[in-house]
Design a protein around this ligand. Structure first.
Ligand code: MF3
Ligand code: CO
Length: 275
């Protein structure tokens, strides 16, 4: 059964989603090529989540041993953080979810480490575009197949493979709820979309074939052909006013004016300059 959420529940998910967005941005900003280990980013994520009173959702989920998934180059999703040092040219998917006050949010980005190849850049750009094309179809009256086909069309027009073996999901009072949100399908097919549904839409797009395999660690999913993969995800609510992305950063005004980009102590006008 698909659980539809009230406006108040959606706001709780947004509160969790803002923390997820902050964590993803902080991890992205923290990457220093040749220095940062993937486990360092896990620590950072846990620290930020805890500071907000949120609970990382992956740790212990079906025995998963960490709080983020970090999937490098040919890894598609579910890479386990460890001692690996990120290097210039790497393409890195960062995936994080947490709960706050019993409500979950889940998001992912794929980021370049230093300078990456033009082909890698194109894969990331197209995958992000796939996510937004899918989100645009997340509206009441539509169907899940509309979301899926919008994603698939965009990826395949670019010559990329859409992963079949993993899908997005409903989310809310649990990290994974019904329905499954595939990234491939036909318009006008599948579950009817209704106000109050909350979905984690997460295209996983491969540079080459869509075939994937899992590594002996039992978690990491890699491309079968060893080519690159990218992954972007947002948690989205279907509302009367259209799709509402819940995993965006808090507006600066709701953050006491303090953000990563805060001007800090710099005066608005140079001192001594009378206006
Ligand atoms: N964000 C992923 C998902 O939605 C990762 C969860 S797998 C976990 O399924 F085990 F790491 F939790
Ligand atoms: Co997810």
């Amino acid at each position: 059964m698909i659980l539809r959420k009230t406006a108040a529940e959606i706001e709780k998910m947004r509160s969790a989603g803002r923390i997820v967005a902050e964590v993803l941005q902080a991890m992205t900003d923290a990457i220093v090529p040749g220095v940062t280990r993937t486990i360092d980013l896990d620590r950072l994520a846990v620290e930020i989540a805890r500071r907000h009173g949120a609970v990382p959702a992956f740790l212990g989920y079906r025995g998963y041993p960490a709080s983020i998934c970090i999937s490098v180059n040919e890894a598609v999703v579910h890479g386990i953080p460890g001692e690996r040092v990120l290097q210039t040219g790497d393409v890195v998917s960062l995936d994080f979810a947490c709960s706050l006050d019993g409500y979950f949010a889940d998001a992912a980005v794929t980021v370049p480490v230093g300078e990456v190849s033009p082909e890698a850049r194109r894969l990331m750009t197209v995958t992000r575009e796939c996510l937004y094309k899918g989100i645009a179809q997340a509206k009441a009256g539509g169907r899940l197949g509309d979301v899926a086909s919008a994603i698939q069309r965009h990826a395949e027009r670019a010559g990329f493979g859409v992963v079949r073996d993993l899908v997005g999901h409903g989310i809310g009072k649990a990290m994974h709820e019904e329905p499954q949100v595939a990234n491939f399908g036909k318009p006008g097919r599948g579950e009817r979309l209704m106000e109050g549904m909350t979905l984690a839409i997460e295209p996983m797009i491969n540079q080459g074939s869509y075939d994937v395999e899992s590594l002996p660690d039992k978690w990491t999913i890699v491309t079968a052909d060893g080519k690159l993969a990218a992954h972007f995800e947002h948690t989205v609510a279907i509302t009367r006013r259209g799709p509402d992305i819940l995993t965006l950063p808090a507006p600066v005004s709701e953050n006491n004016g303090v953000s990563a980009h805060s001007a800090g102590t710099v005066p608005a006008a140079p001192l001594g300059v009378g206006v």
